[in-house]
Design a protein around this ligand. Sequence first.
Ligand SMILES: *Cc1c(COP(=O)(O)O)cnc(C)c1O
Length: 399
Amino acid sequence: MPGFELFGEKEKSEVLDVLESGILMRYGFDNLRNGHFKAKDLESEITKRFNVSHSQLASSGTAAISMALAVAGIGAGDEVIIPSFTFVASFEAILLIGAIPIVVDIDDTLTLDIESVKKSITSKTKAIMPVHMCGSMADMGSLIEISNKHSLILIEDACQAIGGTYNGIPLGTIGDLGCFSFDFVKTVTCGEGGVVVTNNKEFALKLDYFSDHGHDHVGNNRGAESHPYIGYNFRISELNSAVGLAQFRRLDEFLEIQKNNYTILRNALQEIDSITFRTVPKGGVESYAFLNFYLNDIQSAKAVARSFSSSGIDSCFYYLDNNWHYINNWDHFKEIKSLYPFPNELAQGLKYLKTKDFSKSDYYIGRNISCLIKLSWTKEEVTERAKIMVDCINAVIKN
Ligand SMILES: *Cc1c(COP(=O)(O)O)cnc(C)c1O
C-alpha cells in the first residue's frame, strides 16, 4: 500500500516547482507563484480520475471526514453509525464536530454488518459511515437502500481503499460524500493530507468555505473576502499537494503492482483448505491494498500471527489486540479521557460503549489475519514470502 516506497524523481520535481516560487500556500499570491497551483491541480486530477464533480483537499483524512460531516449539516447530538473495525480517526472526526459515533458490528466483509446497522437506527441517526477497510468495501447496495429509506446521509471513509470499485463505480464516490487519506502510509501519499469528493454542488461550496476559515474565495483580495459561514483551517499546503500530485498520477501504476503482488500471495494461500478469504460484496473489486483471510478459530489465528512474525513475515496484522483499529482497546474513548471539558450531551451519548457487546465482531476479527501488500517487493520476494506464509499456516493447522 504505501506509495512512499516508490518515491522518486517525479515527486522531487513537483516539490522543487513549489520551492522555486516559494509560495507554499494554496490560496492567493497569484503574481508570485509562477502559475503553480499544486492543490488546485491535484483536485482537478482527482475529480477527473474518479469521475466526480468536486474534490476538496484537506490537511488530513481525519480533517476530510470532519469536513464532510459538517457540510452535510451533522453536528451536536446527531448519531453517526460506524463499524467496530476502523481506524480511531473515523471516531475522532465525528467527535470533533460534536456528533456521537454509534459503533456497530462488522461481518465477514470486515465492514458494516447490515443487520447491525438496521438495528442501530434511532430518531437521532443522521448518517451512516461505512469504512472500506483494508482495500475492500461494505455492501453499498444495502446501505444506499437503508439511507434512502431513513433519509440518512451516506459518507464513505475510503481512506484504505483508494482505487477499489463497486459495480464499476470508484469507492468514495458512491455515497453523498467520500473521503480519502493521503497520510504517509496510504497508497497515495502527500506526507499528510486528505480529500473529500462529492457530486453535490452545495456540499462542494461549503467544503471550500469550511476548510479555509469560512473564506468564500470570491475575487483576488483575500482580506476583502466575505465569510458566509464559520470555518476552520483544514487547508493542505502546496508542498504536500506537490508530493500528492506526483503520487496521484501514479495511482494506476501502484494499483497494478498491488494487484500483482496480492495475486501471487492469494494463489499460494488458496491451496490451503482450512482458510477462507474475506467476503467481497457482489459487484465489488478490491484495491488489493491488503490480503485478508480467516482461520477456523482464534487460537489458530493467534498462532499463525506469531509464526509469521517469528519467520520474518512483517506487515501482517492481527487486529483483535490492536490499539488503533478495533473497538476492544479504545478505553480512552470509553472513559472519555478528554484534555478539556467535554460536552455533556456527547458524554451521555457515548455511555453505551462501556457495555455494548461486540462478540459478533470479535468472531470475525479474532480469526482474521490482514496482510499489507507492499509496492516495493520484487516478484522473487513475494513468491518467497508466499511460500513461507503457506508453511507457517500449514504448521499451525496440522498441530
Ligand atoms: C488513514 C485513515 C484515516 C484518516 O487518516 P489521516 O491519518 O488523518 O489522514 C481515516 N480512516 C481510515 C480507515 C484510515 O485508514
